[in-house]
Write a new protein. Structure first.
Ligand SMILES: NC(=O)c1ccc[n+]([C@@H]2O[C@H](COP(=O)([O-])OP(=O)(O)OC[C@H]3O[C@@H](n4cnc5c(N)ncnc54)[C@H](OP(=O)(O)O)[C@@H]3O)[C@@H](O)[C@H]2O)c1
Length: 267
């Protein structure tokens, strides 16, 4: 289901494997300690369920409103630790990293989107998209990278979007924020690989969650996407296209980026 990028020279599977987490036969998730942002609903909620089913040792489930985590905690009160976290509050991000000092896998899932045409999008909405999707993700990476390294290595998983590879016009600010986060993901990957932390970018197409208020955009189930993400992390794929829709778009993007740009203008 996941597809490694194919631009590197040599064995593509080997090139795309992360720098740590052991050999491909060793699980990055089972027995690991995972910190997950935006765990209360949408894709994050499904990821929380699947991580527990994958026998993680502990799950730090973070949300802006910790009361919204009651159902997630109830899944397994012994393993789920609720954390109040707005990822745009960088002091709170640092506090979360200090609290969750045994983390080995960080999943940056929290994200925000506002549908509006590029020239008329409210500036506050665009600022919120940049602060959440780029700024928050970057702050989380910076705070947790030394924690994961100190625990012997592990993985950072940034949930990005196909919109970050080719813009979707009604999602101008969102697309730009995901493109910025995609670039940051590539940059920190090079820095963290030799330090034992693999960095994975996840590129879903539409997902059937509250975020996708625009019904004309084709979408996959959060269950398919969550399963694809975890499979991609376990396989060590640096670029994870977690569902059939995103795999198909990735095939276009690899050979014809302009073609994907045109395809996205139909949304
Ligand atoms: N849905 C799609 O079509 C789609 C496609 C590609 C990629 N993605 C990405 O997938 C990820 C999950 O999105 P989703 O579809 O599950 O959307 P969703 O249902 O709208 O859920 C978004 C989650 O992010 C949280 N969040 C938003 N801003 C936050 C902040 N500043 N600090 C902490 N948490 C924050 C929300 O918390 P609250 O409940 O407090 O608002 C919620 O838990 C996002 O990164 C999104 O960009 C989604």
């Amino acid at each position: 289901m996941t597809q490694a990028g194919r631009d590197s020279e040599g064995d593509p599977a080997e090139q795309q494997r992360g720098g740590s987490g052991g050999s491909p036969s060793e699980s990055r998730l089972t027995g690991g300690v995972v910190f997950l942002s935006g765990a209360n609903r949408g894709l994050g909620r499904v990821l929380a369920e699947m991580l527990l089913a994958n026998d993680v040792a502990r799950l730090y489930a973070a949300a802006r409103n910790p009361d919204a985590l009651d159902e997630v905690v109830a899944l397994d009160p012994d393993r789920v630790v609720p954390v109040a976290l707005d990822t745009t509050d960088h002091d709170a991000v640092d506090a979360a990293a200090a609290l969750a000092g045994d983390t080995t896998v960080l999943i940056n899932n929290a994200g925000a989107a506002a549908f509006a045409p590029g020239l008329t999008a409210p500036p506050d909405d665009v600022a919120r998209e940049m602060a959440t999707n780029f700024g928050g993700t970057y702050a989380m990476v910076r705070a947790f990278a030394p924690v994961i390294e100190g625990n012997g290595g592990g993985a950072i998983v940034n949930v990005l979007s196909m919109a970050g590879l080719a813009a979707i016009p009604p999602l101008t600010g969102y697309s730009a924020s995901k493109a910025a986060a995609h670039s940051m993901t590539q940059a920190v990957r090079a820095e963290l690989r030799p330090r034992g932390v693999s960095v994975h970018g996840v590129y879903p197409a539409g997902i059937g969650t509250e975020m996708l208020a625009h019904p004309s955009i084709p979408h996959s189930s959060p269950q398919e996407v969550a399963a694809g993400i975890l499979a991609g992390v376990e396989a060590g794929d640096e670029d994870i296209f977690p569902c059939a829709l995103s795999s198909a778009e990735a095939e276009v993007w690899r050979v014809d980026p302009k073609g994907l740009e045109r395809q996205h203008t139909s949304h």
